[in-house]
Design a protein around this ligand. Structure first.
Ligand code: HPA
Ligand code: ZN
Length: 338
């Protein structure tokens, strides 16, 4: 049930977003504008037709459309426009820090240079920091449906830019592509000083979450829903203080859950897990981070303390320094009191 005090608290709390694919923030309007600007043919006649196509029954269904949509992103300016549009949405939700994913292989495979992608996204992030006060980290993801060799090649392309890329992640089709496939490339990324995270337990079994922890040595688990099927794994995630980046509206749209009331957020809080709320691919899943907070808070009747905990977790689980985290946590206290 909606509750005005709770809604106002959500809106005024400072938040971090830790699970956001920048290509998944491509709204149909921008998709059309970029298709026209770059003379790229798209199989849709109108924005309404695009939105109607966003009806998915699983992750792969979505990914097929997501990779199609990316084709309109061609120039450095396109990646800037994409990033800037996302940051304005984030600012409206009082997001103060973002750690965003990008999929370089989704672009280099189409002939767009790694540097074009990186330069445009980074310029957007720097503009966001300067004009909106939103700090950032940038995480490149390996596409897990592609080979280990392909992932090594993506990491090689990142090598001249390691001062501008803060971490690596693992995304795309989970089933059949376990974390073990990328153990060596993650070892190299860690040796280079990069942060590491991976999607696990969205559709894949608890064993994939274990592999992400043991073989990839991740600092966060993206999604992690299916970890709840394994009590020993839950105890371990709690004991390690491992952050889970849960994405409620994504889970609903990709049929990981049948209704928002089935979101694992409340159960994870009750189990003492470091759960966070994120939007994943907001242009495709129907809501930015604020909408995700409101949806779960209403469906699960979360208390003010639980909502504050979710916002705290978003900073605690970030790749910010301890001093930066402490500043954000103080601002949360101010928002609660004010
Ligand atoms: N899961 C896996 N890969 C992805 C997703 C997701 O939700 N979004 C973009 N790539
Ligand atoms: Zn994701």
């Amino acid at each position: 049930m909606p509750n005005p005090d709770r809604a106002a608290l959500i809106d005024r709390l400072p938040k971090a977003e830790l699970h956001l694919h920048i290509e998944g923030s491509l709204e149909p309007e921008l998709l059309f504008a970029l298709a026209a600007r770059n003379a790229v043919a798209i199989p849709f006649a109108s924005v309404e037709e695009v939105r109607a196509a966003y009806d998915f029954s699983n992750l792969q269904d979505f990914l097929d459309i997501y990779y199609q949509g990316m084709a309109v992103l061609q120039t450095e300016q396109d990646f800037f426009d994409l990033t800037w549009a996302y940051l304005q949405r984030a600012a409206a939700d009082n997001v103060r820090h973002v750690e965003i994913f990008f999929d370089p292989q989704g672009h280099t495979a189409r002939g767009v240079a790694f540097e074009t992608v990186l330069d445009g996204i980074e310029r957007g992030l720097i503009a966001g920091q300067r004009e909106l006060g939103i700090t950032f980290r940038l995480i490149m993801c390996f596409l897990r449906h592609l080979s280990e060799e392909d992932a090594f090649s993506a990491l090689e392309q990142a090598m001249p830019h390691l001062d501008r890329i803060h971490g690596v992640g693992l995304d795309s089709s989970e089933l059949g592509h376990p974390p073990a496939k990328f153990a060596r490339v993650f070892a190299k990324a860690r040796a280079l000083g990069l942060h590491v995270t991976a999607h696990a337990g969205e559709e894949g079994p608890p064993e994939y979450v274990r592999e992400a922890l043991d073989l990839l040595k991740v600092e966060r688990i993206d999604h992690g829903n299916r970890a709840l099927e394994d009590p020993a794994l839950v105890r371990r995630i709690a004991a390690e203080g491992m952050t889970l980046t849960v994405c409620p509206l994504s889970n609903l749209k990709l049929c990981v859950i049948d209704e928002i009331a089935q979101s694992p957020v409340r159960q994870m809080l009750d189990l003492g897990l470091m759960v966070t709320i994120n939007s994943d691919d907001p242009a495709y899943f129907g809501g930015y981070v604020g909408a995700n907070y409101h949806a779960v808070a209403d469906a699960l009747d979360l208390s003010a303390d639980q909502i504050v905990r979710l916002a705290q977790n978003s900073f605690t689980g970030s790749f910010l320094s301890a001093a930066e985290k402490a500043l954000h946590l103080e601002r949360i206290v101010d928002a609660v009191n004010g």
